[in-house]
Ligand binder design. Structure first.
Ligand SMILES: NC(=O)c1ccc[n+]([C@@H]2O[C@H](COP(=O)([O-])OP(=O)(O)OC[C@H]3O[C@@H](n4cnc5c(N)ncnc54)[C@H](O)[C@@H]3O)[C@@H](O)[C@H]2O)c1
Length: 352
């Protein structure tokens, strides 16, 4: 079978995860690399043994006969690059967040529909082994109806700086960067209910804490930091059309003992915890029982999850497998994120 020709757009910090996964997939040839920073594109292409190198993605679409691309660039470029790729008849895997707002995400979905091409958003946490375990438990009815979920990613000192902290480029702070992962994961596990109302808050406190020494943190390729003009903390309550609700909180820097990830789902028959543990809470023969699975990845494993995500994208492109992260989910997520920012600004509940 002919290998599919994939282009990598954005050769920065995260690109290694996509490239490593594509290289392990026998159905894929990485045919071209593009980065607006040509020197970076050339260096990475050499490292990855890719011959065709571009600084302009439109030129790459015109010249490299691609079947698919991964978009791994800063957030404000996701929509223009994806729409251009889809218009060129190329299938798209786009990193999270889908875009910097819902209007852009909707235009991306419309481009995919119009051109009959796949637009998959990279919600990598859906592909973690412990997520799949909990998802199957839920689908088999062990939790019953999920009426409440709560989740958070809270960092003690982890503002990535660079463009991540520049609202015009990133679209926002930890809410759009980290919150997008966990809001999406919770909604996925809750059975993809439709959000109907959002109440949110944001804060800039306690600042980006660039002064702190002695720790390492995630940094983008161009990390020279402009002043941060995004929130450092956000929380929200999201209500869904089936009456269930989700509480979410996220922060890049917070005076907390250590970095924290938690997600708990509560059903009328059982509960599930998917971080920091993976456990199910239920009852059997009138006793309370805890179920602890035996898994290779008891916690979120970034390498394996990216591998599973990319393999799924390739399956969708080559075999027409139904996409686990369809474009419409990306549109809903962006509507929710827009609503949190609006609610935080106005102090009002936002109805969707
Ligand atoms: N799924 C995850 O867990 C995860 C983790 C980290 C980052 N991300 C996402 O991946 C994306 C990239 O993040 P990163 O940390 O690699 O950033 P980065 O700054 O390290 O890399 C981005 C690269 O894109 C290039 N670029 C920017 N505009 C471009 C354009 N118009 N055409 C071609 N190249 C362009 C930049 O020169 C840079 O090399 C972001 O959307 C981020 O939210 C996702």
């Amino acid at each position: 079978m002919r290998k599919i020709r994939v282009g990598i757009i954005g050769a920065g910090s995260l690109s290694e995860y996509h490239v490593e996964a594509y290289r392990r997939n026998p159905a894929v040839e990485i045919a071209a690399v593009c980065d607006s920073n040509m020197e970076r594109a050339l260096n990475k292409a050499k490292e990855w043994d890719v011959q065709a190198v571009y600084s302009d993605y439109n030129e790459m679409f015109a010249l490299s006969s691609l079947d698919a691309v991964s978009i791994i660039t800063c957030n404000n470029t996701h929509a223009p690059i994806a729409i251009s790729a889809l218009n060129a008849g190329i299938n798209v895997l786009c990193e999270k967040p889908p875009a910097i707002n819902a209007a852009e995400a909707l235009q991306m979905k419309e481009a995919a529909d119009r051109n009959n091409r796949l637009l998959m958003f990279g919600f990598v946490r859906r592909f973690a082994q412990n997520t799949q375990f909990v998802k199957e438990i839920i689908e088999n009815g062990l939790l019953g109806n999920i009426y409440y979920a709560k989740t958070g990613i809270l960092r003690r000192c982890g503002n990535p700086g660079g463009w991540f902290a520049n609202k015009a480029i990133s679209g926002g702070g930890p809410l759009i960067d980290l919150g997008v992962h966990i809001i999406d994961l919770a909604i996925y596990l809750m059975g993809r209910p439709k959000a109907v109302a959002v109440f949110g808050n944001t804060s800039i406190y306690p600042g980006d804490r660039k002064n702190i020494k002695g720790i390492s943190r995630y940094v983008p390729a161009d990390a020279e930091t402009q002043e941060s003009n995004v929130e450092n903390f956000a929380n929200a309550i999201i209500r869904f059309d089936n009456g269930s609700c989700l509480y979410v909180e996220t922060s890049w820097t917070m005076n907390i003992k250590s970095d924290t990830f938690y997600m708990d789902l509560f059903g009328d028959r059982g509960g599930a915890c998917i971080g920091p543990k993976t456990e199910i809470y239920s009852e059997q023969n009138n006793y309370l029982v805890d179920i602890k699975p035996v898994l290779e990845d008891y916690f979120f494993n970034m390498n394996n999850s990216f591998m599973a995500e990319i393999n799924h994208f390739v399956d969708c492109v080559t075999r027409g497998a139904p996409c686990l992260c369809p474009a419409e989910d990306g549109v809903q997520i962006m509507k929710i994120i827009d609503a949190v920012y609006t609610s935080a600004k106005t102090g009002e509940l936002v109805k969707l």
